[in-house]
Design a binder for this molecule. Structure first.
Ligand SMILES: Cc1cc2nc3c(=O)[nH]c(=O)nc-3n(C[C@H](O)[C@H](O)[C@H](O)COP(=O)(O)OP(=O)(O)OC[C@H]3O[C@@H](n4cnc5c(N)ncnc54)[C@H](O)[C@@H]3O)c2cc1C
Length: 481
């Protein structure tokens, strides 16, 4: 008999949260704490979505998306999760750059960047100050017609080197490009500049385990290996969901699944008006990534002077198409020292990440796909050798992931690492106007993606769900009596 992952589940909940990415986990926790009957249904055997990790023989634990997030995570985690989680968030010590235009190390905050821009790049202090203020004062509701490229041209005309310094880490942090609205850059950049780049001590496995424990305390019914096949809508309202073939009634659904998949597959186009469907079809997905995971031999410790995050590029200029090209020129290395997991065996790990197009990988046949992965590994090791000499002799384990890997594990359309482009935010927010009780919380609009963006979006959506459920109190209990 196959295991029943819905054993002892109720027939009805106030809210079903579909997916355990950081936005889904957070929305579920807030609604559970508020006293609602919440089920969290995750199709994978692990919670966390893109916030994930995997283990390999030899004591290696690889983090997939724990590379860096802004200081704001501490406040969000203290308020909506636990003090223990918030207290484990620590600052990365050194962020490094090496490309044909410059090589430098920075603490990646406003003070250090002001110093670098004025002394090393020779920009007037007033211009630097005005740029920081302009970025910091950007809001969601600002004019979206100015692109990030135009913002840079306004303050630093013709300065490709400055653009590279300011933009490269943000491309990495949320997949945005010079062609996206300037606010998608300004808000995220300012978040980082407030205090630097932070990480979670103990690794993603510890974070997700602590979140799991807190969810259980909040009374959330957490279910893994529970694939939501359908969201059932009648007369314009959510009525139930179909999970592993079983129908479970619910008053509201928060889908943490991909925005387009939620609308077009889980609910179905027949429940939305024409204009909304057109807007949905027009939402562009963000790009995906490739990664190479390298575990060093137990006695091969890497000197911490390598820094924590290392942005490298061999491209002579900074261009979006070069960043996404199959012909890799830019690689961001995350160095993990034994302090990343003080509770684990002392290991040094390196993860190389590169932005990538799904289409470059999806069309390959099996043999070509495997060969491309191997080529990605070999070219990464060749490149890394100049920074970590004899890397091939010193490593214990190496493997690669591609956009197809991310799609496989998270059901994200085209393995998008950061959800959708900016237009996805309006579509996501408008869902409950189309179908009563239907919400989406997950990486959208560039700003609401990444670890902090996803958590904060979960908070915003939980508050909307709470408002709706408060307005329409549950009468089923009275009916049953
Ligand atoms: C390679 C890589 C590197 C990254 N680096 C960083 C970084 O350094 N800093 C940073 O802040 N962010 C980073 N990110 C982005 C960050 O990890 C994501 O933006 C964030 O974790 C997404 O959270 P989410 O809530 O949108 O949900 P997701 O993580 O997308 O999770 C969605 C969940 O829903 C589940 N699901 C989908 N459909 C169904 C269904 N029908 N039924 C049940 N479950 C379903 C999926 O299995 C998944 O668990 C990176 C991402 C990638 C891929």
């Amino acid at each position: 008999m196959p295991k029943d992952f819905l054993k002892d589940a109720r027939d009805e909940y106030d809210v079903v949260v579909i997916g355990s990415g950081l936005a889904g986990l957070t929305a579920a926790n807030i609604l559970g704490r508020a006293g609602y009957r919440v089920m969290l249904a995750e199709q994978h055997y692990k919670l966390g979505g893109m916030a994930t990790w995997f283990k390999r023989p030899g004591g290696h634990i690889f983090d997939v998306s724990l590379h860096g997030f802004p200081y704001g995570m501490i406040k969000s985690c203290r308020r909506y999760w636990t003090k223990e989680i918030a207290d484990s968030i620590v600052q990365l010590k050194a962020i490094r750059f090496d490309n044909p235009m410059f090589s430098l190390t920075t603490s990646y905050d406003r003070e250090d960047f002001t110093n670098l821009l004025t002394t090393k790049f020779g920009i007037a202090p007033q211009t630097v100050n005005d740029f920081f203020d302009a970025a910091r004062n950007m809001n969601f509701y600002d004019d979206q017609s100015m692109t990030t490229g135009q913002l840079f041209e306004r303050f630093f005309p013709g300065r490709q080197d400055v653009v590279r310094l300011l933009m490269e880490p943000i491309v990495y942090a949320n997949g945005s490009t010079l062609e996206d609205p300037a606010i998608t850059y300004g808000i995220v950049f300012s978040n980082f500049m407030s205090k630097g780049v932070f990480t979670f001590e103990g690794g993603t496995d510890r974070l997700v385990e602590l979140m799991h424990q807190d969810l259980l305390k909040s009374g959330v019914d957490v279910r893994i290996k529970c694939n939501v096949e359908k969201i059932n809508v009648e007369q314009g309202s959510v009525r139930s969901v179909q999970i592993n073939g079983r129908t479970i009634k619910t008053r509201a659904v928060v889908s943490n699944s991909n925005l387009k998949a939620t609308i077009l597959k889980l609910v179905g186009p027949e429940h939305f008006d024409r204009k909304f469907l057109d807007d949905t079809q027009a939402v562009r997905l963000n790009n995906s990534s490739t990664q190479v995971y390298i575990g060093m031999k137990p006695d091969e410790l890497i000197d911490e002077s390598m820094g924590d995050l290392f942005f490298t590029s061999t491209a002579k200029e900074f261009r979006t198409d070069l960043l996404l090209s199959r012909d890799v020129t830019s690689r961001t290395y995350s160095f993990y020292y034994p302090r990343t997991r003080p509770q684990g065996r002392p290991r040094c790990l390196i993860v190389s990440s590169t932005n990538a197009h799904y289409s470059d990988w999806a069309t390959l046949d099996e043999a070509a796909y495997e060969a491309s992965k191997q080529e990605l590994i070999e070219s990464t090791l060749d490149h890394l050798d100049q920074y970590v000499p004899n890397i091939r002799q010193r490593l214990d384990h190496v493997e690669a992931s591609t956009p197809k890997t991310f799609q496989h594990y998270t059901a994200h359309v085209e393995g998008a690492s950061f959800g959708t482009k900016f237009e996805g935010l309006a579509v996501s927010r408008a869902l409950p106007e189309q179908v009563r009780g239907l919400y989406h919380a997950g990486s959208v609009g560039i700003i609401m993606s990444g670890w902090l963006g996803a958590i904060n979006y979960g908070v915003i959506v939980a508050s909307s769900v709470d408002a709706q459920l408060m307005k329409a109190p549950d009468t089923s209990a009275t009916v049953e009596l």
